[in-house]
Design a protein around this ligand. Structure first.
Ligand SMILES: [Zn+2]
Length: 206
């Protein structure tokens, strides 16, 4: 057989359970001729969504459903690819914008989730995962401006006054109802945030 990595010749080298293993003569990597992935039943996908929404980590989900961590990661990426962004057709509403600081993989790899919610309904109107730059903040602000907002409440971040007209912009000091925000974020969208964050981790360097 030819090496899966460098296409050079491989030799038979031991067995894994009953499956013949090969080693590349050139790059020395061990491999199999064929890899059989167990088929994961659909109901486990449902459970991945439920457990993810309850903030179970990838390892916990794997343990609870008896599937490997890498399978859980693949399932999350597959589920995330089917999430569609909702289209809102409202206007004259009040919104809250905020930035959540988090990280990808390790704490040095800081990233932000910049998001906007409708103050009354708690719907997450838009969000972006990335650095806290003017471009990223503008991306979410533009989504709100397209809905002719009555008010946009933000924190004191100095980027906002440059993007939002002072007529509709209100700076929140401490009147953001954190519980309300958390509940709405988690209940409505945290699954997609986490799914998207999962995808980001594997597809881009932030
Ligand atoms: Zn090789």
């Amino acid at each position: 057989m030819r090496c899966n990595y460098c296409k050079k010749q491989c030799i038979k080298k031991g067995k894994y359970k009953t499956i013949q293993r090969y080693q590349c003569k050139d790059c020395k990597k061990y491999q199999q001729q064929k890899y059989i992935r167990p088929i994961i039943p659909e109901y486990k996908y449902e459970w991945v969504i439920k457990l993810n929404n309850e903030c179970c980590g990838i390892s916990s989900i794997g343990r609870l459903l008896s599937i490997s961590k890498s399978s859980v990661q693949r399932m999350i990426i597959r589920i995330a690819s089917t999430i569609q962004k909702p289209v809102y057709k409202e206007n004259n509403q009040s919104y809250e914008m905020d930035e959540l600081r988090t990280y990808c993989s390790n704490k040095n790899n800081e990233c932000w989730i910049i998001y906007a919610i409708n103050k009354a309904t708690g719907d997450v109107i838009d969000f972006i995962v990335g650095r806290r730059t003017k471009e990223n903040v503008k991306f979410v602000v533009d989504s709100l401006l397209s809905l002719n907002p009555k008010r946009i409440y933000t924190d004191k971040l100095n980027i906002y006054p440059r993007l939002i007209s002072s007529i509709i912009h209100k700076v929140n000091k401490n009147c953001v109802n954190i519980l309300h925000r958390c509940v709405s974020l988690y209940a409505y969208y945290i699954n997609s945030l986490r799914f998207f964050a999962g995808c980001f981790r594997y597809s881009t360097v932030l």
